[in-house]
Design a protein around this ligand. Structure first.
Ligand code: HAM
Length: 404
């Protein structure tokens, strides 16, 4: 028997219903916020992710599904959606339409070669949104509000953590400060952190090692070293969240695992799904379009992890729907097809091809959760009628086929 690869999953029945419910809910809400659908390839040139997600990130350093294709090209299965959307944005020359705003949503599989565990897959699915051309912190707030709307519609509780990662003006001096601090306690920091001091010191802040965490309690904080522009932007975000009663917590160690962020960064976490608790994450990435050869374009976005949300979503009651149609005699089966076609124009129809007793048909209708069980019995076949039972109202009636 051939099984799915480790860390990859099939979704069927109840699980796939959850998946579809999450995606359709998120699509419905993002459309209300003015987003339109973008589809980009799963396979991209590896250098796209190296340049955007960052050489020193775990994703690029350890987790890429990277290979050489038959043409000798260095390609990679996308580990996340933002880089591909930005590439598509630049390739379509949308960056040249500087006075316009563009908002895209997407969903689909992402691939990271991580150690699989609960809530952490090698193939997982994201729903994401990317907004281009709006540099105002109002847009950061609006995106956070939209994610809140999605989670509310799905019946999911969350904690929101926010931080500011500064900009090219305030980040470099802070970085220097942090490197000095880290060098002073180098010997006590873990191996990973020591490596990161040289490659990406900011990522040290989000080390999960207990000793590192306690040392970092005294580290310089970027939030208190922001330049005037970043500071007033962050204050405005906080004020907007407060005025809309959106609870949040400022987490000065929230740095995100991808290198392209500046200014606002946020994560939505749930305490109900174990250690892999981030259910959505995102932030502003004002330099990425430029970094991928486009004209400078401010941008902000997020992605939510569909599998993690599947653990939490409260599914709406599934009501009985449509028709189950069957016959009690072999000879009557052919006459069911025109009836099914007629009903399918407006309703869901399950057609049973084997003749059965009435009781078996009622069971069949129950199994597919049909509202109506419609059966052509011996008498009905002779009379050109059909027997119908409404399984919600518990009423039965016999009608002419023409009235069905
Ligand atoms: P991310 O935080 O790496 O951000 O991923 C977003 C979400 O994907 C996470 O919060 C989590 O729910 C889910 N996720 C990540 N890795 C896994 C995994 N191995 N298994 C299951 N679920 C996972 C990004 O990917 C950014 N592109 C988000 C973004 C969009 N920022 C701006 N625009």
């Amino acid at each position: 028997m051939i099984n799915a690869l480790r860390g990859m999953k099939d979704l069927t029945f109840e699980e796939s219903e959850r998946f579809v419910h999450i995606v359709t809910t998120a699509i419905g809400i993002s459309k209300k916020y003015g987003y339109s659908y973008i589809e980009t390839p799963i396979l991209e040139e590896t250098k796209l992710f190296r340049r955007s997600v960052g050489e020193s990130s775990d994703i690029v350093g350890k987790e890429m599904y990277q290979f050489e294709d038959k043409g000798g090209n260095d390609v990679c299965m996308r580990p996340e959606g933002t880089a591909g959307v930005v590439r598509a944005f630049v390739q379509a020359k949308l960056d040249r339409r500087q006075n316009e705003k563009f908002k895209f949503y997407y969903y689909g599989p992402m691939f990271r070669y991580e150690r699989p565990q609960k809530g952490r897959l090698r193939e997982f699915h994201q729903f994401g949104c990317e907004s281009f051309g709006e540099g105002s912190v109002y847009e950061d707030f609006t995106i956070i509000q939209m994610i809140g709307d999605i989670f509310r519609a799905l019946g999911i509780g969350y904690d929101l953590q926010i931080n500011s990662l500064g900009c090219p003006e305030c980040m470099p001096p802070y970085r220097e400060n942090l490197i000095n601090f880290l060098n002073d306690c180098k010997d006590e920091l873990c191996e990973d952190c020591n490596r990161r001091i040289g490659t990406n010191p900011i990522r040290v802040l989000d080390c999960k090692n207990k000793t590192c965490q306690s040392l970092l309690a005294d580290s310089p904080k970027l939030i208190t070293s922001l330049c005037d522009g970043c500071e007033s932007g962050f204050e405005k975000l906080v004020q907007l969240l407060k005025s809309e009663n959106i609870s949040y917590e400022v987490d000065t160690n929230l740095v995100r695992g991808l290198d392209y962020y500046s200014k606002t960064a946020f994560e939505f976490v749930s305490n109900e799904i174990g250690s892999q608790s981030a259910i959505a994450g995102g932030g502003r990435y004002d330099k990425l379009v430029e970094f991928l050869d486009g004209k400078p374009t401010p941008a902000v976005g997020f992605a939510l992890g569909i599998e993690r949300i599947m653990e939490l979503v409260v599914m709406p009651n599934i009501e009985r729907e449509g028709y189950y149609i069957g016959a009690m005699e072999e000879g009557a089966i052919d006459s069911l097809f025109p009836l099914a076609s007629k009903k399918r124009v407006t309703d869901k129809v399950t057609l049973e091809y084997s003749p059965k007793k009435l009781k078996a048909h009622l069971k069949g209708a129950d199994r597919v959760n049909a509202r109506y069980c419609a059966v052509v019995g011996e008498d009905e076949f002779k009379d050109g009628t059909i027997w119908v039972k409404d399984l919600v109202e518990k009423q039965e009636f016999t009608i002419n086929k023409s009235e069905f």
